[in-house]
Design a protein around this ligand. Structure first.
Ligand SMILES: Nc1ncnc2c1ncn2[C@@H]1O[C@H](COP(=O)(O)OP(=O)(O)O)[C@@H](O)[C@H]1O
Ligand SMILES: [Mg+2]
Length: 317
C-alpha cells in the first residue's frame, strides 16, 4: 500500500494567529518528535489529537495525526476525505493517516524489507500471520515504530514531518503500548525489527523527544484510570505525562438548588457537583500541566476542533 499524499478537497477555516507563549506546554510539545495521546475510549482522544495537530501545524511544525482505529473519525474532525491508510493533507503543514493496527505491522515489514518480492512473501506466509496475531505487543511496538519512521522521514512516500501525534488505539492500556518497544527489543536479539524497536524504546525513554498526553473526562472511572496510568507510567517507564486534558466539561458555575426545581435542573446540579468533585480529585493528585476543555455544542467536525483549539490556546498562555 503506497503512502500517497491525497490532495485536500476543501480548505480549512483561515488559521488563527499562533504565537506560542514561552511558558506554555504547547511550546514544550512543539519541540518533540512524538506525542502519544492516550486515555479511555470515548473521552475525546481523537478530538484532542486533532486539536494538538492543528495547533502545532499553525505554530509552524509539520505535524501528522496518526489514528489507529478501525472506526475512522479524525478525518471528519479535520474536514478531509477518509484516509483509508494513505496520508492526507488536511491543512497547511497538517497531515492525517488512519491505519488499522495490523496494517501498521504490514507496512513496517514493507518499510524494513526493501525487496518487494520478499516483503510480499513474508506478508503472505501463515507463519507471519500466526506470529502477529498471537502477540499484541508486536502490534503495539509496530505502531510506535511506524511513528518513529514517519517522524524521522524514514517512511516511504511520507512527507517530511517535525512531529507525529499518535491518537493511541482505544484497546489496551497506554502503559502497555509505551512499554511494548522495550519488551519486544529485549525479546528479539537481532535483525531490523530488533534494531527499530530498540530505537523506539529509546525515543519513549527520552523525555526531550517524546511526550505523553493523557485525556480524561471528569467522571469517576476515567479519572481513576488516568491516575492509575500516571502511577504506572512512573513505575514502569520512569516518566510523567507532559499534559493532562480534562475534556467535555459542563459549562457554568456550580448551580444552587432551588425550591421546586425540575428533574432536569436537579440532574444538571448533580452532574456539575460530581464533575467538580472529580476535577478536584485530579487537581490534588496531578502535579503537572492541565487543560480543561468544555463540552461543546458541535458535532464532530472542523467547528469542534476550531473551538477546542481556541479553548486550549487560551489556557496555554
Ligand atoms: N469537547 C467536546 N465537546 C463536544 N463533543 C466532543 C468533545 N470532545 C469529543 N467530542 C465528541 O465525542 C465523541 C468522542 O470523541 P472522540 O475524540 O472520538 O473520542 P475517543 O477518540 O477518545 O474515542 C465524538 O463524537 C467527538 O466529536
Ligand atoms: Mg478515537
Amino acid at each position: 500500500m503506497p503512502a500517497v499524499v491525497k490532495q485536500r478537497i476543501s480548505r480549512r477555516p483561515r488559521p488563527l494567529a499562533t504565537g506560542l507563549g514561552e511558558k506554555g506546554v504547547l511550546t514544550q510539545l512543539a519541540g518533540r518528535r512524538l506525542l502519544v495521546v492516550t486515555g479511555k475510549g470515548g473521552v475525546g482522544k481523537s478530538a484532542v489529537a486533532a486539536t494538538l495537530g492543528t495547533l502545532l501545524a499553525r505554530a509552524g511544525r509539520r505535524a501528522l495525526v496518526l489514528e489507529v482505529d478501525p472506526r475512522e473519525n479524525v478525518h471528519q474532525m479535520l474536514d478531509v476525505p477518509p484516509s483509508g491508510g494513505d496520508i492526507v493533507e488536511a491543512a497547511e503543514r497538517l497531515f492525517l493517516q488512519n491505519l488499522q493496527p495490523r496494517q501498521v505491522v504490514d507496512q513496517l515489514v514493507r518499510d524494513r524489507v526493501r525487496i518487494e518480492l520478499i516483503a510480499r512473501r513474508i506478508l503472505a506466509s501463515p507463519l507471519y500471520h500466526n506470529f502477529v496475531e498471537g502477540a499484541p505487543v508486536l502490534e503495539e511496538a509496530a505502531i510506535l515504530g511506524h511513528c518513529l519512521l514517519l517522524a524521522e522521514g524514514r517512511s516511504r512516500g511520507a512527507p517530511p514531518l517535525d512531529v507525529v501525534v499518535l491518537d493511541a488505539p482505544a484497546t489496551g492500556h497506554g502503559v502497555s503500548l509505551l512499554s511494548a518497544p522495550s519488551l519486544v527489543s529485549a525479546a528479539i536479539a537481532a535483525g531490523p525489527l530488533a534494531e527499530l524497536t530498540g530505537e523506539v524504546a529509546e525515543l519513549i525513554g527520552d523525555t526531550e523527544r517524546s511526550a505523553v498526553v493523557v485525556v480524561t473526562q471528569a467522571e469517576e472511572m476515567p479519572v481513576t484510570e488516568a491516575l492509575e496510568l500516571r502511577t504506572e507510567l512512573a513505575a514502569r517507564l520512569d516518566r510523567s505525562p507532559e499534559l493532562l486534558v480534562v475534556n467535555q466539561l459542563l459549562p457554568g458555575g456550580p448551580p444552587r438548588p432551588r425550591a421546586g426545581e425540575s428533574a432536569a435542573a436537579k440532574l444538571w446540579r448533580r452532574r456539575r457537583r460530581l464533575q467538580d468533585h472529580e476535577v478536584g480529585r485530579l487537581a490534588a493528585a496531578w502535579p503537572g500541566r492541565r487543560w480543561e476543555l468544555p463540552l461543546l455544542p458541535f458535532d464532530r467536525g472542523p467547528e469542534l476542533i476550531e473551538a477546542l483549539a481556541a479553548a486550549a490556546a487560551g489556557q496555554d498562555a
